[in-house]
Write a protein that binds this ligand. Structure first.
Ligand code: FDA
Length: 400
């Protein structure tokens, strides 16, 4: 059987956040664009994101909200297509949104508002999207008009520019793969090993029993590791520790590292214990802690503690200091993370030194572009990853 040969100005592999944005913008420039994706639906991660409401950007986008072996690489694209540009697009499409906290912007209605907006932009500009299409056998042609040839869903495609927007391997059940890394390696680009980021921790030591018992309890904590710290909520789970504070610090955590968790960052427990002991000497230590946290937490935290049933008046200064230190400096050594099964992102990816920060084009492979999560740029929780997807996509779209 003879395979059909089709020619396009631009072929984009991956109909996710970055791929759809790039397709819409490149097609709006008059480029003939085809997007291919092996999934049965475009933008599955967009639909899942932000608890179904898509935290699509953040008021406070800045380079220090991103992890990368080159922390400067993301600056150019983020500056040229900023959060304000994306907010303007959202507003022009009549999508209602709100700030949840810390500049995080969510849809009032559903994440599908954002996906439909991108699909509409693609349709209006004339970009074609083909789903359920597996890609194989990508080669350079040596011809400057159509520099790449690939097999996709039984057809042979040729294109002048090939854009890799296949994201990272987190949540494989959504169609996520490490395919983009394989393509990068095929063309001689360096790829930093990927690992799960923005992911809950698992525990196996004695803290696992505590987490299990407290499953569902949330506390506002300050967690530090790897030279970073985050003040946000922590959630005890059956498997370990989750919640935004833990997801954030997980991107800075390496296997074997210890987390230092301040369970009561808003208090100075050593002083507070002395003050309350003076004012309410008969107050039980357990009740004091329950008033600051929850009954369940106080009960479990002090379970088996020699002073669990003591009144504050019965505590020595040294005992108060020890209790305060335990609460302010809880040391936890996670066994690991939940991995790609639940991770919001993959850290690592295509080395930014291999790409132009202006165009996202591979320096050694003209016409080959990498955008979005496949690149070694990973945002904090809070809409920063989508903003990188939009910005890197627009940067490439101007040059494909
Ligand atoms: P994305 O993953 O969006 O798209 C990649 C596309 O490539 C997919 O459609 C996939 O099917 C396709 N593909 C992969 N391999 C392929 C292959 N071999 N052949 C063909 N196609 C292939 N970020 C944020 O800023 N705010 C938020 O609220 C959230 N929330 C959130 C929740 C959850 C549960 C997850 C998993 C992630 C988030 N994120 C997030 C992160 C955000 O979803 C992510 O950073 C972006 O989707 C990355 O966009 P990309 O376009 O690079 O990849």
């Amino acid at each position: 059987m003879t395979e059909l040969l089709q020619k396009f100005d631009v072929v984009i592999i991956g109909a996710g956040a970055a791929g759809l944005m790039c397709a819409a913008k490149a097609a709006a420039r008059g480029r003939q664009v085809l997007v291919v994706d092996h999934a049965n639906k475009a933008g599955k991660k967009i639909l899942m994101s932000g608890g179904g409401r898509c935290n699509f950007t953040n008021y406070f986008v800045a380079a220090d909200k991103y992890l990368s072996h080159n922390p400067h690489f993301c600056k150019s694209a983020l500056k040229r297509y900023s959060q304000w540009d994306f907010i303007a697009l959202v507003e022009a499409n009549g999508i209602a949104y709100h700030e949840k906290k810390d500049g995080q912007l969510f849809c009032d209605n559903k994440a599908s508002d954002i996906l439909n907006m991108l699909l509409d932009e693609c349709a209006t500009a004339g970009a074609v999207i083909r789903l359920r299409t597996d890609v194989a056998d990508i080669q350079q042609t040596g011809n400057d008009d159509y520099r790449y040839q690939l097999s996709a869903g039984g057809e042979v495609l040729q294109c002048q520019s090939l854009v890799i927007a296949t994201g990272g391997p987190s949540i494989p059940t959504l169609g996520a793969t490490g395919f983009g890394y394989d393509i990068a390696r095929q063309f001689g680009l360096k790829v930093y090993p990927a690992r799960a980021g923005l992911v809950p921790f698992t525990l196996t030591d004695r803290n696992k029993a505590l987490s299990e018992a407290l499953s569902g309890t949330a506390l506002a904590v300050d967690v530090s590791c790897g030279g970073m710290s985050f003040l946000d909520d922590m959630l005890f789970t059956h498997r370990g520790l989750s919640g935004p504070a833990m997801l954030q610090i997980s991107s800075y955590w390496q296997q074997g590292d210890e987390l230092l968790i301040n369970l009561l960052p808003a208090e100075d427990c050593a002083s507070l214990l002395r003050q309350v002991a003076h004012e309410r000497p008969k107050l039980l230590l357990r009740t004091w802690l329950a008033e600051l946290t929850t009954n369940k937490f106080a009960e479990r935290w002090l379970d088996g503690h020699a002073l669990a049933a003591a009144t504050l008046a019965q505590l020595s200064g040294a005992e108060m200091d020890a209790i305060a230190e335990g609460l302010h400096q809880w040391r936890v050594k996670p066994a690991g993370t939940e991995g790609y099964r639940t991770a919001e992102v993959a850290l690592g990816g295509v080395d930014t030194d291999e790409l132009s920060s202006k165009t996202m084009e591979a320096k050694q492979a003209p016409g080959l572009f990498f955008i979005g999560e496949v690149v070694d740029v990973t945002g904090h929780l809070g809409g920063f990853n989508f903003q990188w997807a939009w910005a890197s996509a627009v940067a490439a779209a101007e040059f494909v």
